[in-house]
Design a protein around this ligand. Sequence first.
Ligand code: AMP
Ligand code: MG
Length: 403
Amino acid sequence: MLSYEQARNTVIEQVGKKRGPRATATVGVWDALGLVLAQEVKTDREYPPFDRSTRDGYAVRSKEALPGAQLKCVGEIKAGDTVRDALVTGTCLQIMTGAAVPSGADAVVMVEHTSREGDVVRFTRPALAGQNFVPRGSEAAAAQTILKPGMRLGYAELALAAQVGATQLQCAQRPRVAILSTGDEIVLIGETPGPFQIRNSNSVSLAAQVQMAGGEPVVLGNAADLAEDLGEKIERGLKEDALVLSGGVSMGKYDLVESVLKAMGAEFFFDAVAIRPGKPAVFGVCQGKPVFGLPGNPVSTMVTFELFVAPAMDLLSGAEARALPLVQARLAEPMKEKPGLTHFLPARLDWRGPTPEVKPLKWQGSGDIAALAKANCFLVVPADREKLEIGETVSAFLRKDVV
Ligand code: AMP
Ligand code: MG
């Protein structure tokens, strides 16, 4: 059986091999958050475009602004002012943050380090050449590539595009991910379930996870535990960029997902992973499309999505697969787990103190959504460990949607 790292690498390798060029679309910066860039963005000029003061104070020649020295202030420069004239020897100019430092000046002295009487400014500390301004062109040269294809557009990347006037961006289209739940017991979330039925919460978590991962969910509803119904709905799902199923992959008599996929020509790369929850997770390629059969227990579905489907979606979006958000933390209490499987347990990570600390939450196993809704991470218990001591360093796998 594969470890979760091996299974994840298998997904990355196979999806990486199969993915073709993504269709792109032009998107305005206001709407491009989370999309993957499909073009280069270059600067339209140098940045900063002028020697930009970072303080309110006085533009000076540093060697003239010695402690105790006095200089006549002959004017002021506001942010946005056109600056043409050089600083005259023996004088200084009042300058504001964001304004252009005049030629001749080689430093800005903070107003806090001066005193003033009328036109005369007195300096209290030595000025150092180069202080308190950002030289022209030091952030980026003109026509320099600052954003590249494959980069995911977060708020800083969008601001950078906006700064250089790239208001329309060529972006990869979001991968469309079909979501199909399975099970005779499953009813629509708007329905009142019978005493032994349950609402389709997995389609909701999966749709949210697809969106979080930068994709567009295509919710296909639920298939009964019948080969024919499953086959029809899988066929529909294979029209999208990837298909994610929940349920029907365990050893039960009515767990038909794998056999139906097989009959439709799927090639499987794994059908079990050494993890708990989530052991029966299946990954294959069917008719050229990545297909994931995730176990139906809600927490298993959620964990296996984050471990295996999320990296596939990065690749299908035209980006590299992001590393798992694992954080090292001090274990807050001793633990005992069955060895042989890597456990992913609902937990709370607290990083307010000097050392991040993680504490497992009480839970009733992989059906316990309420426990996961209190968690901000999964505590990772390695497969080769049965007992963990208080104070040990362990990994916490962050829930990126809530931290
Ligand atoms: P399965 O993987 O099909 O054996 O299902 C395992 C458990 O997860 C069972 O208790 C199912 O009722 C439950 N389950 C399966 N599908 C869903 C779903 N779409 N929403 C909520 N729970 C589900
Ligand atoms: Mg089932």
